[in-house]
Design a protein. Structure first.
Length: 158
């Protein structure tokens, strides 16, 4: 088990990400384009902040006390209890199992938060991301447009 942790991306942190300034504990490739997009959505009020009261938002991925990426949920679970996750790790930190650990932590948050199913999407040919999802128990469910779709039923073996 690695020392990956998830920390809520607050509005203050999101503003720092968008400012172009860098914190000393950020990996060289952080923020990724996805992190910039998430930060913008938080600052503009289009995305909730995750935390103790609700896990349904974006989280900062830290490993060995360094910010290496982001992971989180696109929104709260829908009426059926489905919630979608996403993640991204800075290029220089990939290949070390960090995304897998981050997704496992998200699955625990989703289960504890009452979600029934977690879904995700990958670009066709993104084999590393497919491996992350497979290692975490998600199975490919089909194709939606130009995206492969994945899911795991959290009510099984709960």
């Amino acid at each position: 088990m690695s020392d990956v942790s998830l920390i809520p991306m607050t509005a203050t942190f999101a503003r720092l990400v968008l400012s172009g300034d860098r914190a000393d504990d950020w990996s060289a490739g952080y923020p990724t384009p996805g992190d910039l997009e998430v930060a913008d959505r938080i600052v503009s009020g289009q995305m909730p902040v995750a935390g103790d009261a609700s896990p349904w938002g974006p989280w900062i991925v830290r490993a060995q006390d360094v910010v290496v990426g982001g992971a989180g949920f696109h929104r709260e679970p829908d009426a059926a209890g489905d919630v979608e996750l996403g993640y991204g790790i800075a290029v220089e930190a990939r290949g070390r199992g960090l995304a897998t650990e981050a997704v496992r932590l998200l699955l625990t948050l989703a289960r504890d938060g009452g979600a029934r199913r977690v879904v995700a999407g990958t670009d066709p040919g993104n084999v590393p991301s497919e491996r992350v999802l497979t290692r975490c128990g998600l199975r490919r469910t089909g194709v939606d447009g130009d995206e492969l779709r994945w899911a795991i039923d959290l009510t099984l073996n709960a």
